[in-house]
Ligand binder design. Structure first.
Ligand code: PLZ
Length: 453
């Protein structure tokens, strides 16, 4: 029995009415029906945040099966930066699908993959010769970056940081810091992973160089720099709470890695592709990693991921050592080439900076009269508020959850994050209009005001 009729769905993309529109309670009857099927067909572990069934999305809205139009402040977790159905991406996907959907790059290579690699080599930080390899998901890119670093160095140990998120596969969940929901019950974990404190200015009160010294000291004592194959770090931490490191932290880590022959990997899966106001967040910290992992914003919503970095490191693996059936799928590559054009022609990095300024101003205004907002932080269109007990700075996850729930009920898609679950993050599509973004934040502000201290 199919209850979703394609003919009933509006066409997605920027042509959708750019408005918040509630025609039923959230979730409406059709969404409820579909989500009841989800409960009996889809594994319970695959949860969802917004209890509606999407039928179209674009610009800055998600439209559900009942005709509600929700303001999107989540971009499908930082993916649809160019929008959910950018016309150039849609056309590239259609054209490529009509040509061929797959040959397997390891069987019969095709130009699209190579063109994506060339673009990534040019776009990523670092003025040195680079190579890229393409994969399907962020986790797969991280896995491969670690494999490459181990092969290149001949060492086993890998360091990750507190509050890190790198994925859900066995190796990447081992790198991920947070137990619940990502790790609990899913062990044993991958060996030879060590964890260092990060720079978290709101909570550690340290300067960047002080925080780096602490992290390096932990790693030198617990494993030894000369034993480490790789250090992996998100330049702005995503799932861990949109934590922006203090100035000087990342360059000091880089200096130490370079001195010890450790491959430095920047995980820009969430912070990459114009999101933070530059093509990659690393650029804003004077930070030049050896390898960069990318995914999410790379291909306008199509599954694609990459490892890009120094040619001598990337080329160290023997032929046949890297790959996968679908990695660098031709349709995803066509989408990526169109998406990377859009970042440039529409100056979406500039747009991200402007949206970030708008968000910061509005959120700081709310903070001025509500001390439960412990901190407004972020970079470009990757902004967040950390909710706390004003007296003690204790994280207030219950408040964050209640505000997100209330905002969703009022037609705004808003996501939480943070090790303590007390951060509301705002990462709208860069195709959202100023007015819609402002309205979305107003809804969040009144949701916050409505939850009593
Ligand atoms: N590295 C920095 O943010 C994915 C996770 C959502 P995949 N973040 C969203 C969830 O709950 O599963 C992410 C990331 C960073 C790696 C990943 C992993 O990317 O494409 O989800 O595998």
């Amino acid at each position: 029995m199919s209850t979703l009729e394609a003919s009933a769905a509006p066409v997605g993309g920027p042509a959708l009415a750019q408005e918040r529109r509630l025609v039923t309670a959230i979730p409406g009857p059709r969404s409820q029906e579909i989500l009841a099927r989800k409960a009996s067909a889809v594994a319970r572990g695959v949860a969802h945040t917004v209890p509606v069934a999407a039928v179209a999305a674009g610009g800055g809205v998600v439209v559900d099966a009942d005709g509600n139009s929700l303001i999107d402040l989540g971009s499908g977790i930082a993916v649809t930066s160019v929008g959910n159905a950018h016309p150039a991406v849609v056309k590239a996907v259609q054209d490529q699908a009509a040509q061929f959907t797959h040959t397997c790059f390891m069987v019969s290579p095709y130009e699209g993959y190579i063109a994506v690699a060339e673009r990534l080599n040019a776009l990523t930080p670092g003025d040195f010769e680079k190579r890229s390899a393409l994969f399907n998901t962020g986790a797969e890119a991280v896995e491969n970056a670690i494999k490459i670093a181990r092969h290149f160095t001949g060492r086993a140990a890998v360091a990750a940081f507190d509050h890190a998120y790198h994925g859900r596969t066995t190796l990447t969940m081992s790198l991920t810091a947070k137990a619940m929901p990502y790790k609990t019950g899913f062990g044993p974990f991958a060996p030879e992973i060590y964890r260092a404190p990060t720079s978290y200015p709101f909570r550690d009160g340290l300067t960047g160089p002080e925080a780096a010294k602490k992290a390096i000291s932990v790693l030198e004592k617990q494993v030894g720099g000369d034993q480490l194959a790789a250090v992996i770090i998100e330049p702005v931490q995503g799932e861990g709470g949109f934590i922006v490191p203090a100035d000087g932290f990342l360059p000091a880590i880089q200096e130490w890695c370079n001195a010890k022959g450790i491959v430095l990997i920047a995980d820009e899966v969430q912070s990459g592709f114009a999101r933070t106001g530059t093509m990659f967040a690393s650029e804003q910290f004077g930070f030049t990693p050896d390898l960069v992992t990318t995914a999410k914003g790379i291909a306008g919503g199509m599954p694609l991921a990459a490892v890009t970095g120094r040619a001598e490191i990337m080329d160290s693996s023997h032929a046949g050592g890297l790959g996968g059936t679908y990695g660098g799928n031709p349709v995803a590559c066509a989408a990526a080439l169109a998406t990377m054009d859009v970042y440039e022609t529409e100056d979406l990095a500039g747009r991200a900076a402007a949206l970030g300024a708008l968000m910061r101003e509005k959120l700081e205004t709310v903070q001025a009269s509500d001390p439960r907002i412990g901190e407004v932080r972020g970079l470009g269109a990757m902004m967040a508020i950390e909710l706390v007990d004003p007296a003690t700075k204790e994280p207030d996850a219950a408040l964050a959850g209640a505000v997100a729930k209330a905002a969703i009920a009022e037609g705004v898609v808003v996501l939480t994050c943070g090790t303590y679950g007390n951060v509301l993050r705002f990462l709208p599509p860069l195709s959202i209009g100023d007015d819609l973004l402002a309205e979305g934040l107003d809804v969040v502000a009144s949701a916050l005001a409505g939850v009593k201290a």
